[in-house]
Design a protein around this ligand. Sequence first.
Ligand SMILES: [Zn+2]
Length: 312
Amino acid sequence: MKLLAAAALLAALVPAAPSGPSLGARNGRLDDCAHPEARLRTGAHGRERNDLTPAQAASVEQRLNRILAGLDLGTTYRADGSKNGAGLRRATQISIPVYFHVIHDGARGNVSTGEVLRQISTLNASYGGRNGGANTGVSFRLKAVSRSNNAAWFSDPERYEGTFKPRLHVGGKGTLNLYSAYIGGDLLGWSTFPWKYRSDPKMDGVTIHYASMPGGSIDHFNKGFSATHEVGHWLGLYHTFQDGCSAQGDRVSDTPAERDPTNGCPSGKDTCTSPGYDPVHNYMDYSYDTCMTSFTAGQGARIHTVWRAYRA
Ligand SMILES: [Zn+2]
């Protein structure tokens, strides 16, 4: 643990490259990682790279703004007449079918259907605001569980996802495919963004460490919020520390900017001069599961806008 803590300190002191393959130079695991939205355990994370170029990221935001502008015409979805898009959340509920793919090696990682259902319940509690924060108006319903007994897939899902995802993936752009496996190293999970679906639909989905599920064996990260966090990316949310203290941040106005990912569960962390303490309890930070409680209303509104643009 001390080595990991030292790595985190080093990562905090060394400015992160904005993008590109050099990012993982301090961390061999990251060098191999093709997943910019991987969640990393405390003490192991440097910065994740955002694999969108600034121009591509701007294009995404422009598309979302066009959606919001259309909605502001009042033609559809406006339930309460509000001007800020928050009415979207109240106007409609997003109910997401989930196909859960258990990848295991014999008994290792062969999580029970009961454990899968507890993970789905955790997602519903998180997105329903039942642990705190906003009700995002998003819910999840388990459609089916598949089981693949494959030692190679189980022990190195990063390497083999190009093999197993095309075989296992079910449904279209509004269907969540959730894979559990032994991710190992410092990773807790990873996800694809909605705007990647069109170019590679079979790779769409979320992968989590099976031991991060509720009641799992990973200290501090076993309440099932790795799935909550990764599904947030799948729904179009960025990290709360996206772009650090810059004005645009995570493109959500009610999450105060923060410079760095959070380790553990500090109180009073305040890394940017802009108003508000760092949102250390937000699911889209890197805090311990035991520290995570909430999404904001702004994140819920963004999810609904993204959904309409990319997953409806
Ligand atoms: Zn993440």
